[in-house]
Write a protein of this length. Sequence first.
Length: 178
Amino acid sequence: MKNDIERILYSEEEIRGKIKELGSRIAKDYAGKDVIFIGILKGSVMFMSDLLKEVNIPCRMDFMAVSSYGNSAVTSGVVRILKDLDFEIRDKDIIIVEDIIDSGVTLQYLIKYLKARKPRSVEIACLLNKPERRKVEIPVKYLGYDVPDYFLVGYGLDYAEKYRNLPYIAVLKEEIYK
Ligand code: IMP
Ligand code: MG
């Protein structure tokens, strides 16, 4: 796998430090609340797992799996729900946990979908954000890093379902995906 990597953008240590920061902010903001974290499969798995270990308050976790309709290069704005929530979220405080925001279309759809179930509040925790690529405004309360428009893999992020198990975040060599 290492031969396919251009360079490492964030090391394991850097990610760990950033997640500690985010986790303690969330723990402080949500103390005494009934919070449910909703991880978006599969990209958020590493982030969700490490983040929640740093959120030292009682909380619950749930997962959703979604996929974009049609060609992923042309975002249609329609998202198909492959796995829905196990929990009822009415009157709960929820935090959506995502790996990366690109156009923002996936999250825009999910926020609307979840808000229809009348949670008390909805916030977003996202490790990476590509501001240059944004098409719709998404308010991200807990953000790891703003990143340039490179194709990234590792720490949950995939290319064709591979590289998710790299422990760091890396720029994929262009020749692999071009
Ligand atoms: P959006 O709806 O355009 O914001 O799409 C976000 C989704 O695209 C993320 O959850 C990822 O699955 C995927 N994605 C966007 N950028 C990258 C990347 O650089 N590497 C891997 N997946 C990415
Ligand atoms: Mg994803």
